[in-house]
Every structure is written in structure tokens, then in C-alpha cells.
Design a protein around this ligand. Structure first.
Ligand code: CP
Ligand code: NVA
Length: 312
């Protein structure tokens, strides 16, 4: 069966931890994995901008001896997708050339369609709904800082967006509780919340939404935030900034969490909006470890999805 990472739910808790274990091995001994992708080509397609995702996939594939193909979906040097070639046909054609595809796009349906028709592993490199590679890197960062993830409390402060959704699904898989502190007008999608809470019950963790950010961060091991305006939301930018202004992460808020709490952000950060310099550059900040960990988790993920390393 072809394996994918369409969203976080494609991994069960054992598999989720396996990705993290392998990522830690890869981080410690990258030289042991130097030729693992020899002779393989992996396409990474972008319909939205990127720094971390693009560079970490390209470098990671190269470090394991593979060929990364970085493609844009539109523009004069972009793929025919940008001129209307169907996802179905694109999937069928790409599968004749490459061994796996990672894609960053708008609609989750594009990722699901590719997975349905390509017959090769498809990785969600961010959609409007999920950012599972990010949540893997975030969870690895939590593990590094606290030794293990079971029993931790992560509080996401901000808009109920793709990053929040993936964290809500990652928590139950890695054993930590997730609280989303957001205004009433910008909640996570009810369907995602329902799935996250079902998973939380099954895997003995908790996922909940809280309006009061001060109440939410009590006892938190990690406070996480993301941009108030995600890619593709430019027309709503002013309204979102208005609604989210009480949800800024500053030093005073960090002081309300546990004394050993860390600060996480998927980046890019909008300093002065969702977070202040005093936090980004302060003692709590683990944001650059997080960014580095994208590299290690994605390398691990590709080896597992391609069946080069085993899941157990
Ligand atoms: N965090 C993240 O996905 O960053 P990029 O948008 O730079 O890829
Ligand atoms: N929520 C942000 C994440 C960027 C990595 C966005 O979708 O733009």
C-alpha cells in the first residue's frame, strides 16, 4: 500500500513516534543516511511562497543522495497545472518520472487527489487546512527540550488555522495536550476539532479551545503562535489583525506559563504583531531549533514513506 502524509491523521501514534525517533538518529548521524535516496527523484511543488519548506526539502533530499526537483505550479516557468492541467493527469504523469511528491498548495483536495491517483507517496507541505511537516518538527522540538512529549501542555495562541489544526492532531499522537486560545471569530474548523477531540479521547490526551488566553497558558510547557494572516488571506488581513490583537505573545504572557516554558513559532514571524522581539529573541525561544528540525523530520518521513526505512 502506498503511504502518504496528506494530513497528520495518516500517521498513528506509533508511526508518529517512529518518525521522531528516526529524525533524531538522522540528526545525530546524517552520514549513515548519505546514499539512502541514491537514484531517486523527488518533486517538491509550490503554489505558495516558502523559505523553510523549500530549502529543507531540497537540502534534505540532496543530503541523502537523491535528486530534488523544485517546481512552481504557475508562472512562465511553472507547471501546466497553473494553466489548468488537471490534478488527476498531473498525478499520473509525475508518477512516471519521480518517486514521491511533496506539495504546498491552497486546497486540501489537491493533495488528496494527487494521493488518490499518483500511486507514489504524497506529502502535504502545507495547505489551507493542515501543515503536518511543521507539527512533526514542532513535536521533535518539544521532545528535545523536555525529554519526552507525553504529559506536556502546548498552548497555541492565535488564529485557528492550518498550523493550529496540525498541532491539534499531533498532540494526541505524541501524547501531549493542546489548548487553542483564539477569539470566537477565528476558531479552528469544527470538523478538525471534532476529529482531534476524538483522537485525544482515544489516545488519552486533551484538545480544547479557550477564549481567555491568560487562563489558557497556565501550566503550559510551550506557547506557540503563528501569523495572524495566512497566505491567501490578504483580503481579510485588516479584519484578522483587529480580531487577534489581544492574542499577542509577549514576555508578560510567557511569564504566566511554567517557569521552564518554551516559545514556538513555525515562522515566518511578524514581529510586533503576533509576537514581540522580547519573546522571539528571549530565553524562551526555540524557534530556530524548530526550523532546523524541519530538515530532520522530513528526511525521516521520506525514508519511511518510500519504504527505505521500516515503520517498526
Ligand atoms: N514554516 C514554514 O513552513 O515556513 P516556509 O513558509 O518558509 O516554508
Ligand atoms: N499559517 C501560515 C503558515 C506559514 C508557514 C500560512 O498558511 O501562511
Amino acid at each position: 500500500m502506498t503511504r502518504h502524509l496528506r494530513s497528520d491523521v495518516d500517521l498513528n501514534p506509533q508511526e508518529y513516534l517512529r518518525v521522531l525517533d528516526l529524525a533524531q538518529q538522522l540528526k545525530r548521524h546524517p552520514e549513515h543516511y548519505r546514499d539512502k535516496l541514491k537514484g531517486r527523484s523527488i518533486a517538491v511543488i509550490f503554489s505558495k511562497q516558502s523559505t523553510r519548506t523549500r530549502v529543507s526539502f531540497e537540502v534534505g533530499i540532496w543530503q541523502m543522495g537523491g535528486q530534488p526537483l523544485i517546481l512552481t505550479s504557475s508562472g512562465s516557468t511553472g507547471m501546466q497545472m497553473g494553466r489548468g492541467e488537471s490534478t488527476h493527469d498531473t498525478a499520473k504523469v509525475m508518477a512516471r518520472y519521480v518517486d514521491a511528491i511533496a506539495i504546498r498548495t491552497f486546497g486540501q483536495n489537491e493533495v488528496d487527489e494527487l494521493a488518490k491517483h499518483a500511486g507514489i507517496p504524497i506529502v502535504n507541505a502545507l495547505t489551507d487546512l493542515y501543515h503536518p511537516c511543521q507539527a512533526l518538527a514542532d513535536t521533535l522540538t518539544l521532545r528535545e527540550r523536555f525529554g519526552e512529549t507525553r504529559g506536556l501542555k502546548l498552548v497555541y495562541v492565535g488564529a485557528g488555522n492550518n498550523v493550529a489544526h496540525s498541532l491539534m492532531l499531533a498532540g494526541p499522537r505524541a501524547g501531549y495536550d493542546v489548548v487553542v486560545a483564539c477569539p470566537r471569530e477565528v476558531p479552528p474548523r469544527p470538523r478538525v476539532l471534532k476529529r482531534a477531540q476524538e483522537d485525544a479521547k482515544r489516545f488519552k490526551t486533551r484538545v480544547r479551545v479557550e477564549r481567555d488566553v491568560h487562563k489558557a497558558v497556565k501550566g503550559a510547557h510551550a506557547i506557540y503562535t503563528d501569523t495572524w494572516v495566512s497566505m491567501g488571506q490578504d483580503s481579510e488581513a485588516d479584519a484578522l489583525r483587529q480580531k487577534l490583537q489581544d492574542y499577542q505573545v509577549n514576555a508578560a504572557l510567557m511569564e504566566e506559563a511554567r517557569p521552564d516554558a518554551i516559545f514556538l513559532h513555525c515562522l515566518p514571524a511578524h514581529r510586533g504583531e503576533e509576537v514581540l522581539d522580547e519573546v522571539m529573541d528571549g530565553r524562551w525561544s526555540a524557534v530556530f531549533d524548530q526550523a532546523e528540525n524541519r530538515l530532520h523530520v522530513q528526511k525521516a518521513l521520506l525514508l519511511l514513506l518510500l519504504g527505505i526505512e521500516s515503520w517498526s
